[in-house]
Design a protein around this ligand. Structure first.
Ligand SMILES: Nc1ncnc2c1ncn2[C@@H]1O[C@H](COP(=O)(O)OP(=O)(O)O)[C@@H](O)[C@H]1O
Ligand SMILES: O=C(CO)[C@@H](O)[C@H](O)COP(=O)(O)O
Length: 589
């Protein structure tokens, strides 16, 4: 009999990825579906659709259904033996919600394995029939819910109080404000909604054949749960539902949240056993958010950090200290009670870097300037430019903010600002504007955008980092930084990340497969199905983890002199942000 294998999914902005590992955590196979490239008929760009007039960003649920069939077909053609898959878990981009009709579970129970999911589950347009009461899922980049966020921030007595209770102040993308906006905009569809899933629990539900509970960690991206007690906050439910009676109904729509992140939801649905050959006993282990799943792709220790360089940039730490603040997020840890995930999230990550790359390529007049996606010019310029554009430490520092989309941190409208900061006088010496003197455009942007992105992380993570225990002589900084996501493949990005943020033991890249969230999900499946009574995720994975095969050191991290110079620049960045918020007005997130 073949030995057991485990599957992990990641349903992210631009792709659905699936991987298979063995019980020793070894990666066996992986496959992906790229939404824009594989499904041009949905008309998405970078995985989403937009309604610019209302700042809405969303994705078609049907596209994800089609992707699930296709990614499994692809694994099959790679030779994956589905009969040995003992358990499945997964990750979904955070905050997005899917609305189910009351007919949904009946329809899911009676699926015909010879037909595709999309054909059988799709909404029957403008009626309550079908599985989904709304054909789209709001995306985390959506910025349409300012009015709802204002009420969220007010209802408990201010953004600080909301952050203390739910782990975050109100954010446009968070599920609570999104559900409230859905009820106000589409009251009939809301009334036709029997259940509400997050993206992660939605994918688990499809595989399970009934609506799966929301995950203990992903619930931290909703602005709805009291994280300390693990219960829905009644004032917030009442706000979203519009009345006290509505709050009880909303509670039913959301369901209860189990506390054990490893306890099986049950067996896989017969649709998948018949169509793909999964065993009837294959377990569905709770699916979590993509960021919580990323922190379990590595056995993280105190004072270590992950920088995830995907469509969004996120900075993640695992900590036992719950210190909520309106400008960042705390969420329950996906596997381990008593631990939390600290997170900073930036909307302008990979796509903002790509925009500078494309301008540079266009400017160099490459053979096919408009279609070149090569990072060579970007990297050469980033690495050949001195830190902060300074020839000597007394020169003004070049600092920029690159926000093609409204930003979360700081919460500000879209825009592009460049300036000079004098560390000696502690002032901005030129007004923030698009094109200042002594700034060679677009060449100087390559280094400046990377510095700006990492300086923002350094500014906001400072309260969380301590003196590395392995290097007690060094100033407070992460002991180690692990990079994951598409941008981690880029050596200019990895080097500049280490120079700005430090990292006593160096900068590492996760070197297993191409996707950390899917890997974390697969590890959770192995743990959920294989743990002994009371065995923690850390102990279980730690016993199977091999540093030499799983991570690679890609940059030095702390460089004496350079790190200190970036320390001065942090003050300049903070000043630039304040000035930009003053000029452009709060409006992002
Ligand atoms: N060599 C590279 N250098 C810089 N960025 C890269 C490189 N390869 C991929 N990327 C970036 O990675 C991003 C996708 O990363 P990924 O982790 O797959 O994202 P997501 O999970 O959000 O779909 C793209 O926006 C792309 O710009
Ligand atoms: O909004 C957040 C976190 O709060 C994003 O991190 C999303 O969870 C999706 O990120 P990608 O993996 O698609 O970059």
């Amino acid at each position: 009999m073949a030995s057991s294998t485990y599957m992990g999914f990641d349903l992210s902005t631009q792709q659905l990825k699936a991987i298979v590992v063995d019980s020793g955590l070894k990666l066996l196979q992986e496959a992906k579906v790229d939404f824009d490239a594989d499904f041009p008929h949905y008309g998405t760009s970078k995985g989403v659709l937009t309604n610019d007039a209302e700042h809405e960003i969303f994705a078609p649920v049907a596209m994800w259904l089609e992707a699930l069939n296709l990614v499994l077909d692809r694994l099959k053609s790679l030779g994956v033996d589905f009969t040995s898959i003992k358990a499945i878990s997964g990750a979904g981009m955070q905050h997005g919600v899917v609305f189910w009709t009351k007919e949904a579970e009946d329809i899911m129970r009676t699926l015909d394995a010879s037909e595709t999911l999309v054909k059988q589950l799709l909404l029957v347009k403008d009626s309550s029939e079908g599985t989904f009461s709304h054909e789209f899922s709001p995306n985390w980049q959506d910025a349409s819910t300012q009015a709802q966020c204002d009420q969220f921030n007010a209802v408990l007595g201010g953004p600080e109080k909301l952050a203390e209770v739910t782990g975050s102040s109100a954010h446009h993308r968070f599920s609570g404000p999104q559900i409230m906006s859905f009820r106000e905009k589409y009251p009939e569809k809301y009334a036709n909604t029997a259940r509400i899933s997050l993206v992660s629990s939605w994918l688990a539900s499809i595989l399970l054949g009934k609506v799966a509970p929301i995950d203990r960690s992903d619930v931290g991206g909703m602005n709805l749960q009291d994280l300390q007690s693990g219960t829905w906050n009644q004032d917030l439910l009442t706000l979203v539902a519009g009345s006290k009676e509505g709050a009880a109904d909303l509670h039913k729509k959301l369901g209860d949240v189990p506390t054990d992140g490893g306890a099986s939801f049950g067996n896989i649905s017969p649709y998948f056993t018949t169509r793909y050959g999964f065993p009837e006993t294959c377990q569905i282990i709770p699916f979590t958010g993509d960021n919580p799943s990323t922190i379990i792709a590595l056995p993280m220790r105190e004072n270590e950090a992950i920088v995830s360089l995907g469509t969004s940039t996120t900075f993640l730490m695992s900590t036992s200290h719950y210190k909520p603040h309106p400008s960042y997020h705390f969420m329950p840890h996906p596997t381990t009670p008593g631990l939390y995930m600290f997170m900073l999230c930036y909307k302008n990550g990979g796509l903002a870097r790509e925009q500078i790359r494309d301008t540079l390529n266009l400017n160099r007049n490459f053979l096919q300037p408009t279609t070149s996606t090569s990072w060579t010019t970007f990297n050469d310029l980033a690495l050949s430019t001195p830190p902060l554009g300074q020839s000597t430490p007394s020169d003004p520092m070049r600092l920029g903010l690159y926000f093609p989309r409204p930003e979360i941190v700081p919460a500000v409208h879209a825009g592009l600002w460049r300036t000079h900061y004098s560390p000696l006088q502690n002032t901005l010496t030129t007004a923030p504007q698009g094109n200042p003197d002594n700034w060679t455009l677009p060449d100087n942007d390559a280094r400046a955008i990377l510095e700006s992105q990492f300086l923002s992380i350094r500014l906001r993570s400072a309260p969380l980092v301590t003196t590395p225990s392995s290097h007690p002589d060094l100033p407070p900084q992460p002991s180690r930084i692990y990079l994951v996501g598409g941008g981690a493949l880029n050596h200019a990005i990895t080097n500049i990340c280490g120079q700005v943020l430090g990292s006593a033991e160096g900068v590492y890249r996760l070197d297993v497969g191409s996707n950390a969230c899917a890997l974390g999900a697969a590890y959770k499946a192995v743990w959920g199905a294989g743990r002994r009574d009371g065995e923690t995720f850390e102990a279980f994975v730690g016993a199977r983890w091999r540093e030499d095969g799983f991570v690679q050191r890609v940059a030095d991290g702390y460089e004496e002199g350079v790190w200190e110079r970036y320390g001065q620049a942090v003050g300049g960045l903070e000043m630039l942000e304040q000035e930009v918020v003053r000029l452009a007005g709060v409006g992002g997130q």
